[in-house]
Write a protein that binds this ligand. Sequence first.
Ligand SMILES: Nc1ncnc2c1ncn2[C@@H]1O[C@H](COP(=O)(O)OP(=O)(O)OP(=O)(O)O)[C@@H](O)[C@H]1O
Length: 849
Amino acid sequence: MANKAKTRKKSRPDAVDLRPDKEEQVEMKTLVKDERTLKIIGAVCLLLAIFLFIAFSSYLFTWKADQDKVFRGGSYFLFAEDIKVANLLGRLGAWVSHFFFYKGFGLASYFLCSLFFVLGANLLFRKKLFRVSRNIRYVLVGLLYFSVSLAFFSGSSSFAWGGAVGNMISKWMTSFLGTIGTAAILLLGGIAYFIWRFNPQFDVPKIPKLPTRNQQSESQNDTLTPPLPVDEDEEEVENSGARLLVDETLASKNGLKKKGGIVVVPPAEEEEMIPFDIIEKEEELVAEITPEPEPEPEPEPEPVHEVKPPVVIAPPVKKNQPVEDLPLEIKSQPLSEESEEDAVKVDELPPYEPTLDLRDYKYPGLDLLETHGSEKIVQDPAELEMNKNQIINTLKNYDINIQKISATVGPTVTLYEIVPAAGVRISRIKNLEDDIALSLAALGIRIIAPIPGKGTIGIEVPNVKKTVVSMKTLLSSEKFTHNNFSLPIAIGKKIDNENFIVDLASMPHLLMAGATGQGKSVGLNAILVSLLYKKHPSQLKFVLVDPKKVELSIYRTIEHHFLAKLPGEEEAIITDTKKVINTLNALCIEMDNRYDLLKEAGTRNIKEYNEKFIKRRLNPQKGHQFLPFIVLVIDEFADLIMTAGKEVEMPIARLAQLARAVGIHLIIATQRPSVNIITGTIKANFPARIAFKVSSKIDSRTILDAGGAEQLIGKGDMLISYNGELTRLQCAFVDTPEVEEVTDFIGNQRGYPQAFLLPEYVDEKDMEGKDFDLGDKDPLFEEAARLIVANQIGSTSLLQRRMKLGYNRAGRLMDQLEAAGVVGPNLGSKAREVLIKTEHELEEFLTNM
Ligand SMILES: Nc1ncnc2c1ncn2[C@@H]1O[C@H](COP(=O)(O)OP(=O)(O)OP(=O)(O)O)[C@@H](O)[C@H]1O
């Protein structure tokens, strides 16, 4: 994320910048870049393409009639009203076609229509429907080649087949190369283009030789045995230019000669014998460019249930306080003013609609995002061929024979999938991994032996030209816009170009690691932006922890929509370690509170609970409320663990173990994936893990339990371990200014009065040392003691509920009761022991105090 700080900092304009002509230039620039201007230009280009096409086509039939008139009209032809022409598009059509056909390129002028069409379509639809640069290349070459060829082969026809340009070049070539030379060059040009474009396979017909009986039996034996070492004879054969045939079965079928278990063939035949497929996957369907992720809710007809943002007012809680002790006061979107009565009327009521909290909220549109690069995956046939041959030859050097090889071109790497010949042990290939990588001499080669579930071997080779995967493409894909995931996140593209879009809720937590500058922050942004595109502020809250202080500050603007924080905190994005500890503990309390709510509601998870709440089966007066998902993002985990250790690790482990069902999910990123940072406890609870490029195999093992991440090539190249599978992805790219556009778009809308409040957490240490002076006891001390003894439960929340006290006061009372000896010490998750067993005993105790 090195670029983001730069992008945000804007230097102060100096006086020169403010000159009026400069301003004018800027205005012109914005006008030219304006989407509408570009659309108008696009429409003009399209019309031009149609105009030229009609004029040219008409010219084919009317040129004879019109040519003379154009000549005679000279420069006044266009304005001479008395001249009547036959061209369908009148004098302009006749003149334009005459100009391009006669004076220009002849029939090849049709290429110009295609150029205007491509430009027009791309500009009008604001999409790269066609590659303009490639089209321009084709048009230029086509104009030249066809005009010259047509002029040359049409001889002295009166129709301008090749136009003046074609004629001129063809004449020059004929005088230079002679007629035969020119014809040969032109034919060669055509054939060369055809071969380059379609790479046809020219099979030399083979003369079948009948194998001798000996050869037949040898071949049957050989197909089942691994190749033997080369003996002197074979070396001789090799030195003489003959090479190993990769598929021995095929060889024996063709009756070719073998020596000591090795089949030899003339060199030219070898590569033809191994089938090489290039697997192309259809790009995924792309949905319309501005999807509304979720339908706008119908405005609620009756204002009976004035919906207010949920405000959780939870009193401060002590560390290690038992769950039952945790009181929960929730003032939340009331069912109605008079709840008792309304609870009866529930069935009349329309379903609760959480999004009505902010009914005018608009989801961010795809126009806020950019398309980076060409997007289209480039397949260079020469590169594929070269790598294929190199792989075959390298493996052959290690006596590994291949039956078949196929290539799948991905955005950053190409996967060569190899079917080894019968008898080749996969473990051998695995053991040779480093040597093979060295021989292939490319950075970032990863060998997957075998590809799980396939029995083939994969070799991933980085592409010379890599394709950036834009976030915009993923977010506009069918898979993202139409899914019923609770928390859909678009992470990137697989090697076969399939979009990798998964549900964070089912992951359920994510660990991310990668050396600095390899794409971690971009990855985090991709995940956060995905969620912002799909979720309403009432459905999702983020808790953002950013010890580095710069990475997540972009999200500050959406505080009143999507962020959660501790009560009384100014900043929603947490950068201070002490506050991180409090926040994590507050999240644990939130989790416990949610479990209580789920238990009371008789539901197993947040989905069931919210469904019940929406159907108005749960009474807000009893503390029930619609529960938004909470996603905790920690951008630099290493710093936290180094400074706070167990204090951070324990609540995180607890959340990771338990929080999934109540809709709290964790995303933790770190630059340093070492075992003292990603401890066993953390790792065990994060089944989904992402690794960007790391510096060593050990780091890769720490994060993924497998090597491979050290061989990635950076810039968003990543491995994800999810559902027990390891998948290589190219992470979606979303630049900081794009994220800013999205957060500004959200931040500028009406939001909640404040961030979502987490329950308050008070560290026990802060409460310690406040010794109880009996003379200074709380006026409610006796009443509290009676309540505790009567119930025989030493619980602070009992005091709060029954005596209608705030947390602080109830906590203080409990401390005083402990100091006086009414209750025992804090027992963590359990209620305190009550030391006085009967009311009578208590009364005696109180009188003696
Ligand atoms: N998915 C991607 N596609 C293309 N380029 C990328 C991608 N991800 C990252 N990059 C490039 O790599 C640079 C560094 O990425 P990023 O800031 O995410 O790294 P980082 O691992 O977070 O580094 P740090 O930990 O130092 O912040 C980006 O500025 C961008 O140029």
